[in-house]
Each structure stands twice: as structure tokens, then as C-alpha cells.
Write a protein that binds this ligand. Structure first.
Ligand SMILES: Cc1ncc(C[n+]2csc(CCOP(=O)(O)OP(=O)(O)O)c2C)c(N)n1
Ligand SMILES: [Mg+2]
Length: 405
């Protein structure tokens, strides 16, 4: 029995939305082909900053992307510059002991800026510990964003107010939160899109599987955005997964996967922008894998020279997202010296805000250890809390006795 192009298109309409049925009709491909990622990561600007001539004309069927508008490109570049400055500043603050830990996203700023800017105001984003630049680009105050990393007991900002989930450290827990929010939004008839972030290593977690399967079966508007920075701490990708690409994992769940050059801000905006549009139109979930690189150690507690070569780092330096975008915008005469100076000033102001806001110790109340665990504390916690109160009172009495002498 042969299947007509029209009935194949109808099938894809049901399973993958109208973009799929259009591709099936236009290119005579199957819905399974439509779900497969592009053969190479989508790139619109070459590492040296020149526009990639192959993107527009020679694109693979079903993988054509339009160039984002000038204003969008400039706004994103500004966040990229600020993001790089924030990474540098936070790494310095850690060395000064002002912050406990900082998972730097130096080199991954383009991914994070695009993830934040592709969403509309009412949409949600679910970041990981490495995604501080995305959190700030969504409008969360820089000092509040860093609260978690300075060792405070709380996350620093109100997730519901900003529609930004807490930066999760237990890998992929945030993906399930994201799917839950998307499910709720769908049940309420809202057109919210949810973008959930994770790393390459995280795609081996059980929660990753559960989140993707649930999102696909319930046809939810979730974009799973995987930043493949080549390492999970010291474990390189080749030891982590033998899938043809991480984007291919999407197909196993019945959703489309796409891959993009994660150091090309233009391509990221185009690919994620389209993913958001499709998800909002009802195409169900999508997975986007960004190929990028963690330029610095996993955190300040890690020594990356123990498991990777300097030559590898140097190779990626030549693909830097910031210099690439600056050259591209300058060549297109969208960015001049005055514009660059204004952006640099803003980046310096954010860095100053961080230095000032994180320059003082967090006031700590030891009793907070018990305050926010259960709404009704267990008898054991009550007992421990009373013991602590006792101990603190004895300490205070001893201190005042000493100062009276
Ligand atoms: C459930 C769980 N298992 C293990 C860890 C320890 N851990 C912290 S970060 C990390 C590597 C994650 O790598 P990847 O997902 O690639 O993200 P990246 O740090 O590279 O951004 C691991 C194993 C954890 N935080 N949570
Ligand atoms: Mg990684």
C-alpha cells in the first residue's frame, strides 16, 4: 500500500503540527525525516564573523531559518557583552571569597542570551546552576541572581514573579518542573511556552527521559535546550553518550530535534525563535542542542588542566561567540564605536553593582536552618531547634560576661 503525500501530511499535522505537514508536502519527506536534526549544526555566521552564505540558499529541506531583525541582534549583542563581564566579575568575586562557588558560563553566553530573549514576557524559563547569564537576561536583578552562590539559604528571587525557575543543581530536576508548568498552562488554556535548560551530561539522567516522554505524550509547549559544552565536569561527551548527536535523542520520544552552533548568536536566535513560535502554535515539544564549549573549569573547585588539553581550549577560543558577533555587527555597520562604548559602560555598571551587592557578608541566623523545612516541624526538628537556641543563648551570655570583665 502506498501512502499519499496528503495522508502523510495529515499524519504529521496531528503528530507534529502544521510546520511538519508543510515540510512533508513541500519536500516529500516523511514525518520521521522532519523530526531529525539538521546534518550539521545550523550556523549563520562563521567563526571569523562573516555571514554564512550557505545558510539561506543551500539549507537542508525543513531546516531553513530567516535572519533575525537588526534591533533583535543588537539587543542580544548587548546582553552578550554584559554576560561576559558578569562571568569575569563573578569569577573574581569567588577568588576574593565574596562568593562560595560560581559555575562560569564563559563561552556559553550566546546560548544563554538567546534562551532568555527568544521568550515572550509571559513565558517561563527553567535554568541550571550554569545559567546565571540567562537569568539576568530575563530581567532578574544581578545581585539577587547571585544570592544562591554566595551561600545564602534562599534562591534570591521570586520564581513566580519573574517566571524564572530556581537555578537547579540536582541535574534535570528543573526539566520536570518545566513540564509541570507547561502542563498546567495547557490545562488552563494559556499560550505560555516553557524553555528548559540542561547540559550534555544531564541527558543521561532518568529525569531527562521522564520529562521528554511526558512532554511528548501530553503534547506540551516545552523547548528542551541542551547546551552541549563537551564536558560533564571531567567526563567528555564521548564517554557520556554514543548517540549520533544529543538532538537525535528527541526522535526517540516523538519530538523534533535540531542542532545549532552554540557560539553563533544569530543562529541561536533564529533556531530558538522558530522553536518558540512552533511550540506556541501547538506543535508540541522540541529539543534544541547547542554545540558550545565551557571555556573555564567546571567551577572554581575544579582544575580543568587535569583532563583536557590547552590546544583544545585554544581551538574553541577561535570560535568565541562575542568576538564573532562584534565583527559581524561592525561589518554590517550596525555597531559603531559610540554604540560599543555605551554597551561597555552598561556592562561596567552591572559589574559594579555585583561588587557592591556582594561585598558584604550575608547576615546569617542559624535558626533559619529549621525555619523553612516543614510548615509543621517534626518533633525531632523542634528538639534540635530548642537545643540550638539554648546553645546560642549560652554563647551570647558568655560573650557579654567577657566584655563586662
Ligand atoms: C542528580 C545529580 N547527579 C550528580 C550531580 C553532580 N554533578 C554536578 S554538575 C555535574 C555535571 C553535569 O554536566 P552537564 O550536564 O554537561 O552540565 P555542565 O556542568 O557541563 O553545564 C554533575 C555530575 C548532580 N549535581 N546531580
Ligand atoms: Mg556539559
Amino acid at each position: 500500500m502506498t501512502i499519499s503525500a496528503d495522508s502523510a501530511a495529515q499524519e504529521s499535522e496531528t503528530r507534529q503540527g502544521s510546520a511538519a505537514s508543510e515540510a512533508v508536502r513541500k519536500f516529500g519527506i516523511t514525518v520521521e525525516d522532519y523530526m531529525l536534526p539538521a546534518r550539521h549544526p545550523i550556523q549563520m555566521v562563521s567563526p571569523d564573523g562573516t555571514p554564512n552564505a550557505h545558510t539561506e540558499q543551500g539549507a537542508q529541506p525543513g531546516h531553513e531559518y530567516g535572519l533575525p531583525g537588526d534591533a533583535e541582534l543588537l539587543a542580544a549583542y548587548e546582553e552578550l557583552v554584559v554576560g561576559r563581564r558578569v562571568n569575569d566579575q563573578n569569577s573574581a568575586l569567588v577568588r576574593q571569597g565574596r562568593m562560595a562557588v560560581y559555575p562560569s558560563s564563559h563561552g556559553q553566553e550566546a546560548c544563554q542570551v538567546a534562551a532568555a530573549l527568544c521568550l515572550a514576557e509571559g513565558d517561563w524559563i527553567f535554568p541550571t546552576y550554569r545559567d546565571s547569564v540567562a537569568v539576568m537576561a530575563r530581567g532578574v536583578d544581578p545581585v539577587q541572581t547571585m544570592t544562591l552562590f554566595r551561600g545564602d539559604w534562599h534562591g534570591g528571587y521570586d520564581p513566580a514573579r519573574h517566571k524564572v525557575g530556581i537555578q537547579c543543581t540536582p541535574l534535570t530536576t528543573q526539566l520536570l518542573h518545566a513540564v509541570g508548568v507547561a502542563h498546567a498552562a495547557k490545562l488552563r488554556g494559556e499560550d505560555t511556552v516553557v524553555l528548559a535548560m540542561c547540559g550534555d551530561g544531564a541527558t543521561s539522567e532518568g529525569d531527562f527521559h521522564e520529562a521528554l516522554n511526558f512532554a511528548a505524550v501530553f503534547h506540551l509547549p516545552v523547548i528542551f535546550f541542551v547546551q552541549n559544552n563537551q564536558y560533564a565536569i571531567s567526563v567528555p561527551l564521548a564517554h557520556q553518550s554514543v548517540a549520533p548527536s544529543l538532538a537525535h535523542k528527541a526522535v526517540g520520544y516523538g519530538m523534533a530535534g535540531e542542532r545549532v552552533d552554540g557560539n553563533d548568536l544569530v543562529a541561536l536566535l533564529a533556531v530558538l525563535g522558530r522553536a518558540v513560535k512552533l511550540a506556541r502554535e501547538g506543535s508540541g515539544p522540541l529539543l534544541v542542542e547547542a554545540h558550545t564549549y565551557r571555556m573555564q573549569a567546571h567551577t572554581n573547585a575544579d582544575d580543568a588542566t587535569r583532563y583536557r588539553q590547552d590546544s583544545e581550549v585554544a581551538e574553541w577560543l577561535a570560535k568565541d561567540p562575542l568576538t564573532r558577533m562584534r565583527t559581524y555587527l561592525t561589518e554590517r555597520e550596525l555597531l559603531d564605536d559610540a554604540g560599543a562604548a555605551r554597551i561597555a559602560d552598561r556592562a561596567e555598571a552591572v559589574a559594579a553593582q555585583l561588587r557592591e551587592g556582594l561585598g558584604e557578608d550575608v547576615p546569617v541566623n542559624p535558626q533559619d536552618l529549621f525555619s523553612y523545612v516543614f510548615s509543621t516541624p517534626t518533633p525531632q526538628l523542634k528538639e534540635q531547634s530548642a537545643q540550638l537556641a539554648d546553645e546560642l543563648a549560652r554563647d551570647a551570655a558568655a560573650t557579654s560576661e567577657e566584655s563586662a570583665r
